[in-house]
Design a protein around this ligand. Structure first.
Ligand code: ADE
Length: 250
């Protein structure tokens, strides 16, 4: 997969993509991440990419021309096949919320182009005529879209086949499985006066499996009831939750 990022602060990406899974994915040719300075695509000598808002109002607006120029320059080099599997993403607090479902969809593309929004916002013509996805990473406002672009890249790259040691790891992910992850522990079995639940050290695989499933159910119901698809739970799952006093019909 190729990921092209257009940003007015390309230097922000120097550290984050040089480590861990994203670095390894690049070293192993699973992904190529290229960061472009948006100012390069400005037709202004000084590299200006923002301007005042028509109609008046505070703050600057990102001009459409450098963004169109940048995206079109990248698209120009793509084959028809690649083009059909390309998403052009704008990061903005007004966008659709990034979910694991969307991340999976992005990971199935051949090419992602991510435009990092800034200032008061982006000229609406970009939204109307250039992008395929307007994405927010949460209901809070960042100083710019760079961190959001890093979040999208990181969450997508780790799903590429071979990026993570074992694909099995991905299956148990919180969210991916539709449930939050069960609690996990490592050695020492006793730390100060805190003990690892004895079932986990019992070696009894069936009991461990049941314990993990139950804990994942409890945790999801307590913290993220919105994620629970009651219809998709087994009758054992439902019986267990009801035994804890949860009314699943509410
Ligand atoms: N830019 C500013 N805030 C943002 C957010 N929450 N998500 C994506 N891009 C942003």
């Amino acid at each position: 997969m190729n990921i092209d990022i257009l940003s007015v602060f390309p230097e922000m990406f120097v550290g984050p993509f040089d480590h861990s899974i994203v670095r390894r994915a690049q070293d192993n040719d699973l992904a190529t991440v290229s960061v472009h300075n948006l100012r390069r695509f400005s037709n202004d000598r000084r590299g200006i990419v923002d301007d005042y808002q028509f109609g008046g109002g505070p703050g600057m607006v990102m001009k459409p021309d450098p963004i169109f120029e940048g995206v079109e320059t990248i698209l120009m080099d793509l084959s028809q096949i690649e083009m059909a599997k390309t998403r052009v993403i704008l990061t903005s607090p007004q966008g659709n919320m990034l979910t694991q479902e969307l991340v999976v969809e992005f990971a199935q593309q051949l090419h992602l182009i991510i435009i990092c929004g800034h200032y008061e916002g982006v000229d609406e013509r970009v939204r109307e005529n250039l992008i395929t996805d307007d994405i927010s990473i949460g209901d809070y406002v960042l100083t710019g879209g760079e961190i959001a672009a890093m979040v999208i890249t990181d969450s997508v790259v780790r799903l590429l086949p071979g990026a993570i040691g074992s694909q099995q790891n991905l299956l148990g992910d919180s969210i991916s499985s539709g449930l939050l992850q069960h609690p996990i522990y490592t050695r020492p079995a006793q730390f100060r006066d805190m003990n690892v639940p004895s079932v986990l050290a019992s070696g009894h695989h069936e009991n461990i499996k049941v314990w993990r499933r139950r804990k994942a159910l409890e945790r999801t119901l307590e913290r993220r009831r919105d994620l629970l698809d009651i219809q998709n739970l087994s009758s054992e799952d439902r019986d267990y939750l009801e035994s804890l006093g949860y009314n699943l019909n509410r």
